[in-house]
Write a protein that binds this ligand. Sequence first.
Ligand SMILES: N[C@@H](CCC(=O)N[C@@H](CS)C(=O)NCC(=O)O)C(=O)O
Length: 176
Amino acid sequence: MPFERVTLDLATGVTKQPDFRAKGRFARIPVLELEDGRTLVESAAILLYLAKGTRLLPDDKYLRAEVTSWLTFEQADLLKALALPRFWHMRGIQEQMKQRIADFHEATYPALQLLEDWLAAHQWLVDERYTVADLGVFGYVAMAEEGGYDMQRFPAIRRWLDQIKQQPGYVPLVED
Ligand SMILES: N[C@@H](CCC(=O)N[C@@H](CS)C(=O)NCC(=O)O)C(=O)O
């Protein structure tokens, strides 16, 4: 599927500008812009849209709901708690944000443990095959260490992350 990737520097406040807001109602990335000019926001919606009709999204109604289930878990239990500590580390303000980071860690290790337990018993998140559920959960879990999370505790998650990186066509989220 042909596409153009546009990387934005969020530090410039670009997502708050009116031209960006016209494309992305929640003032954040990612935004998928279609050829006909329509846009789609929220990573889970974008993944489900792009994957429809491909091997990355099951046709079966139940399995498809299982994919949505994992994508929802990622949004509710992982995304912010993994993203913000990483962001504060990147900004060099981890000392200042120490308590909030500790609170996120305390609240989120149990969610990571749930993922670990699932992956200790399964190769993939849904239907024992690679789907957009894996892709959606992968993003921030793969960068959790940058937010101070000790991922050595989770061997099954680390095995699964490596497995995703080895998939044909894998492109790192953050470009060098
Ligand atoms: N639930 C959203 C979360 C997206 C999100 O939090 N994006 C952040 C960057 S990772 C953002 O664009 N923040 C706005 C900003 O920093 O200006 C999704 O999964 O698409």
